[in-house]
Design a binder for this molecule. Structure first.
Ligand SMILES: [Zn+2]
Length: 227
């Protein structure tokens, strides 16, 4: 399975004013890997909470955003990260054109759920996103089978329409896609499965991108022939 770690959104340490904050490694506006500059900082505190907020500026697109951290004494490391305003959204231009709105919507919701620590919801979101993506691709490649594609399960669709790709998948990933929630929860490694599903989504996004390029290449070729 292809690894594209450099594309991954991760929480990173950011030092400012002798304090360690946790922020995301990418700008929520333009999605570029950045080292933002601090525009301002704010602190809010009551008997129960202690919030530190950085107002950051992206050096690339020059837009501002907020990163909110939990500074209560017993909160450490990446757990300090609460959220970013605005939320992270789907950015890759070519993929925005190529993927369906339904996929983009589900996928960004899943990413944001994961960032907020809602890992179970994120896990199901990623599996459903993968299902939408796999079906979108199957319909592009087999337009006559649209009904069959829509009424099959994710695993049926993979077996029937992506039989060459499925050989590339790990046994573990197939097991994860085949089983149900209660099965996954049996082991402590539950959360590592999300990574397998995310890698699989990355694989199909790349596959779709190449597929679209082949299509436009073919269109160009047939136009050239006509001319
Ligand atoms: Zn930016």
């Amino acid at each position: 399975m292809m690894q594209k770690n450099e594309k991954k959104l991760v929480k990173i340490k950011y030092n400012h004013d002798n304090k360690e904050y946790i922020i995301l490694n990418k700008c929520p506006h333009c999605n570029l890997d950045i080292h933002p500059t601090v525009e301002n900082k704010y602190q809010f505190e009551n008997k129960n909470f202690k919030l530190h907020i950085l107002s950051l500026t992206c050096p690339s697109c020059r837009k501002d955003y907020f990163a909110v951290n939990d500074f209560r004494e017993y909160v450490h490391g990446v757990d300090k990260y609460l959220f970013t305003i605005p939320e992270h959204s789907f950015h890759d231009e070519s993929l925005i054109q190529n993927t369906s709105k339904k996929f983009q919507n589900l996928y960004t919701q899943s990413v944001n759920a994961e960032l907020l620590g809602h890992e179970d919801i994120a896990f199901f979101g990623y599996i459903k996103s993968l299902e939408v993506l796999v079906k979108d691709i199957a319909i592009i490649e087999h337009p006559d089978s649209e009904d069959t594609v829509l009424f099959s399960s994710l695993i049926q669709c993979l077996e029937k329409f992506h039989s060459t790709n499925i050989h590339l998948f790990s046994k573990k990933l197939l097991e994860v896609l085949k089983n149900d929630y209660l099965h996954y929860q049996k082991g402590p490694e539950f959360y590592t499965y999300s990574e397998l599903v995310k890698d699989c989504i990355d694989y199909f996004l790349l596959y779709l991108e190449l597929l679209q390029k082949t299509f436009s290449l073919n269109e160009r070729r047939s136009k050239e022939k006509e001319a």
